[in-house]
Design a protein around this ligand. Structure first.
Ligand SMILES: Nc1ncnc2c1ncn2[C@@H]1O[C@H](COP(=O)(O)OP(=O)(O)OP(=O)(O)O)[C@@H](O)[C@H]1O
Length: 278
């Protein structure tokens, strides 16, 4: 594969004292790919994510972006190389307008004197980003006035703003659909998948996301990785993973049915709760 192009996670491990959260994980995500990382509570998804984005240092292994090792870098340095992330609970500046939230994250914005800068900070670029997530009409509202689904869209525009001048980008989304109703969830996930498409001379993004809601995985992700007890136990297309005997037995449940599109919520969109020894 074209090793220099995307994200590569090699033999990644992370422990917290005696807790082995991640135990030798290997995978890659190429530009144009939308990859979901799923697994039961405590499987190590957030820890893997945090090692990729820079909130945690790996105990062992490497994270490479476009052929360059990034695991020694800070999250801010990774952002400058085109790696951005969102969080499980949408993080926005509640007292600023929707437009200002995006302006503040554009490259070159200064947090030393943000309000002065916001008057002049590339409103067109920020408005274009808001349009791309369907929030043009909400630009002048305070972020605190947005319903939760719109806040998740705003957070996405803010992550994209941080990437505005990088030529190749990785978007890390931590449970993008959490807290959303079925229709909002389907619309947001279609938006997310759309970011992987190359448009207007811009290369498609590499997208990696964690998710507990299977409607936001099956029918959306190009590839699914299943993590259990810190190890990847299955990877493949949604159909392959949904048919994987161990994954069905230990995570999805035998009654799980894979639905083809994110707009049609499945009969069992949440995995049956069970431990991996069940
Ligand atoms: N900061 C920490 N200190 C100690 N243990 C931690 C820490 N962060 C995670 N762990 C432990 O590491 C393991 C993996 O946790 P992690 O949060 O990565 O799992 P997860 O798959 O994201 O779970 P969830 O779906 O519930 O968010 C768990 O046993 C957890 O208790």
């Amino acid at each position: 594969m074209a090793e220099g192009l995307g994200l590569q996670v090699r033999d990644l491990a992370r422990h917290f004292g005696g807790v082995q959260a991640v135990r030798g994980v290997n995978f890659s995500v190429l530009p144009g790919e939308c990859v979901a990382l799923i697994g039961p509570n405590g499987a190590g998804k957030s820890t893997t994510f945090a090692c990729i984005a820079g909130q945690h240092a790996p105990s062992a292994g490497q994270v490479l972006w476009r052929g360059q090792r990034v695991d020694p870098l800070t999250p801010a340095q990774r952002l400058r190389l085109g790696m951005a992330r969102t969080f499980q609970v949408a993080q926005t500046f509640e007292a600023l307008t929707v437009l200002q939230n995006v302006q503040l994250l554009l490259p070159g914005a200064s947090v030393r004197n943000p309000l002065q800068l916001l008057d002049t900070q590339a409103p067109q670029a920020a408005l274009a980003l808001l349009a791309s997530v369907g929030l043009s009409e909400q630009a002048a509202l305070d972020a605190r006035q947005l319903p939760y689904g719109a806040k998740k869209r705003l957070e996405l525009a803010m992550a994209l703003a941080g990437l505005a001048d990088t030529e190749s980008t990785l978007l890390l989304l931590d449970e993008p659909a959490a807290g959303l109703a079925a229709t909002e969830r389907a619309a947001l996930m279609q938006l997310v998948h759309g970011l992987t498409r190359a448009v207007a001379g811009r290369a498609g993004m590499a997208v990696l996301y964690t998710e507990h809601n299977m409607d936001a995985v099956f029918g959306v992700a190009d590839r699914v990785l299943v993590l259990m007890e810190g190890r990847i136990v299955a990877s493949g297309t949604a159909a392959e993973v949904a048919a994987h005997a161990d994954v069905r037995r230990n995570y999805l449940g035998q009654s799980f049915r894979h639905t083809a599109t994110p707009t049609e919520p499945g009969p069992s969109s949440q995995p049956e709760p069970r431990g991996i020894d069940a």
